[in-house]
Design a protein around this ligand. Structure first.
Ligand code: C2E
Ligand code: SIN
Ligand code: SIN
Ligand code: FE
Ligand code: FE
Length: 367
């Protein structure tokens, strides 16, 4: 496509001369005899470059230039000033109002063409760069989405692997991650938790929560799937799911140094069975020693275990689960997190209903 150039000059001979030079070099040339008409013209057709006379009746070239630079559609058009050699010509002013160059009359064809060509090339290069950046940004966005999706799928796959062995279905994953999210949202305005719970942390907790029991893949079937109560010895074996989970994320962490997702996944896997009074496992941490992620997960996990059908238990009604959690306030659970739960109790029930796996669970939730 031909580059288009607007020549603005009040002297017809100059217009004719420049038109001849430029047309000969293959440019699409338009002309305007004064500033007002030039501004009117660019409102309908944007030229690639403007040659602008300075001394004109009515608006002078500086004023026209200022106007063009002030309007978004025209501000990127390069403007080359035309000036008579004997004019008192203020070069500083020409550049300060936004001109990119000037040529002096009488015109030398080669000079005019060379300057026009230089500024067109500059302009087209800038535009190409800008487009390239837009394309690159779009690509980065696509890749980032793709990566996030890959991570999401990997997490779901891993989590369902653990759940399948546990004879649970996908509901547990969805339920617990949603309980964790609403608890965290509720607690983020609490003075004790607000420093820790910002939106990105809540998102990470939401995504890592489904992996809290991933270590159960290391527990033998005869224990994990035992229909009845576990012996002490079997329960000791069961407790190891916490270590298995911790180690799995520790290994992964060697490859992904400093990823906060792995950090939270590991923290949750290793501390979700700690209890506020120090009687939990694995380390017997107590109160504030237990990471907030583990404290939130503990409540979400137990609520879900209570309302769920397990090989070893029937689903409890929602009301019974609430009573058990209240009994655990300050013993099993952080009292502030229990208070948050009590505010959200009905929302817990709704999440449980939405993602219930069995009719038996649905019935119990509605009792
Ligand atoms: P889980 O089934 O996901 O249960 C998670 C937590 O919910 C339990 O952690 C416990 O704190 C709470 N919980 C579950 N059922 C009840 C209940 O009936 N009453 C009360 N008050 N709390 C309950 P815990 O005890 O450390 O158990 C960890 C995991 O060990 C359980 O995960 C489950 O996979 C297994 N487990 C625990 N008890 C038994 C059992 O009697 N038989 C079998 N087969 N597995 C068990
Ligand atoms: C020319 O013919 O030199 C102008 C074409 C252009 O710069 O794109
Ligand atoms: C990791 O878990 O690999 C890094 C720990 C962190 O993000 O603080
Ligand atoms: Fe667990
Ligand atoms: Fe669990």
């Amino acid at each position: 496509m031909k580059a288009s150039i607007l020549v603005v000059d009040d002297t017809p001979e100059n217009l004719q001369l420049l038109m001849g030079i430029l047309a000969e070099h293959g440019y699409d040339v338009r002309v305007a005899p004064d500033g007002e008409l030039a501004l009117k013209f660019v409102r309908t057709t944007l030229p690639d470059l403007i040659l602008l006379d300075i001394k004109m009746p009515g608006m002078d070239g500086y004023q026209v230039c200022k106007q063009l630079k002030a309007d978004t559609p025209t501000c990127d058009i390069p403007i080359i000033f035309l000036s008579a050699l004997d004019d008192v010509f203020d070069k500083v002013k020409a550049f300060s109002v936004g001109g990119v160059d000037y040529v002096t009359k009488p015109f030398v064809a080669e000079e005019v063409v060379a300057r026009v060509q230089t500024h067109l090339t500059l302009k087209f290069t800038k535009e190409a760069l800008k487009n390239q950046n837009v394309i690159l940004e779009e690509k980065v966005r696509e890749r980032t989405q793709e990566l996030a999706l890959t991570q999401e799928v990997t997490i779901q796959t891993l989590a369902s692997l653990a759940e399948t062995r546990d004879n649970e279905t996908g509901g547990h994953i969805r339920r617990t991650q949603n309980y964790v999210k609403i608890l965290a949202e509720q607690l983020k305005t609490h003075e004790k938790f607000c420093n820790f719970l910002d939106n990105s942390t809540i998102e990470l907790l939401f995504r890592s929560a489904p992996l809290h029991d991933i270590g159960k893949v290391g527990v033998p079937d005869r224990i994990l799937l035992k229909p009845g109560k576990l012996t002490d010895e079997e329960f000791e074996e069961m407790k190891k799911h916490v270590i298995y989970g911790y180690n799995a994320f520790l290994k992964a962490g060697e490859y992904f140094q400093g990823t906060s997702f792995l950090h939270f996944a590991r923290e949750i896997a290793s501390t979700h069975h700690e209890k506020w009074d120090g009687s939990g496992y694995l380390q017997g941490l107590k109160d504030e020693e237990i990471p907030i992620s583990g404290r939130i997960m503990a409540l979400a996990d137990v609520y879900d275990a209570l309302i769920s059908k397990r090989v070893y238990k029937h689903p409890f009604p929602h009301t019974k689960a609430v009573v058990i959690i209240i009994e655990g306030k300050g013993k099993h659970f952080d009292p502030d997190i229990v208070d948050a739960f009590l505010e959200l109790e009905e929302e817990f029930r709704q999440i449980a209903l939405r993602y219930a796996d069995y009719e038996e669970e649905r019935k119990a939730l509605c009792e």
